[in-house]
Design a protein around this ligand. Sequence first.
Ligand SMILES: C[S@@+](CC[C@H](N)C(=O)[O-])C[C@H]1O[C@@H](n2cnc3c(N)ncnc32)[C@H](O)[C@@H]1O
Length: 225
Amino acid sequence: MKITSDGSHTLYVPELNEHYHSIHGAVQESNHVFIEAGLKVVDSGQWTVGRKRTIRVFEVGLGTGLNALLTYLEAKKQGIKIEYTAIEAFPLEKEIYTALNFSSVITGENVDAILNLIHTSAWNTPVELSPDYVLVKRHDALENIVLETDKYDLVYFDAFAPEVQPELWTEDIFRKIYNAMANGGILVTYCCKGDVKRAMKAAGFTIEKLHGPPGKREMLRGKKF
Ligand SMILES: C[S@@+](CC[C@H](N)C(=O)[O-])C[C@H]1O[C@@H](n2cnc3c(N)ncnc32)[C@H](O)[C@@H]1O
């Protein structure tokens, strides 16, 4: 476990020489890439009068649960419903997720309680964390799963970097995700490598380069039209 520049924890994987988040600020990075460039943008569509809007999110790599947590908090603020599906090949042990200090950096009530719900909820079945937030955690590897088609409005692509996990940044994987997305859906990722951009384009995405979080010049957003 390491403290990043905004005071929040991240995890380090020695075998890969890789962190779960930017060392320039884990919470800052997640907010910038996934909430500001993802959830807040996809949320700007049409609302049905008298009904809360539902956004279907798919996350690659649940990890510490930070993106699931920030999405929960932002959706509550905005009064929208979330169906959040996250895939994770290597779930964290209790000693690790209970030691994370996100509640000391993220303002809001019950941050630890929500993070605990995210980690202790059952795998491979929908769980209602609140009336407005349903979580499905899939314990599996992205390469091995079959995804439903035309479903997700928003994808958080938060795999380890292509340098250490090239098998997850391929055209085939991006095509699988593209097919699982609804028309008008967006995918956001912290990565901005040329190879990744090309793989996303070949899979069908229209790509935008955006300003990256602190410590990173750029990030990518892909749209399915
Ligand atoms: C960069 S970390 C990000 C984690 C998370 N989004 C967070 O905020 O903590 C990448 C995550 O992907 C998971 N992962 C690695 N290989 C995977 C695979 N083949 N399929 C699904 N998840 C995988 C890792 O265990 C790790 O939790």
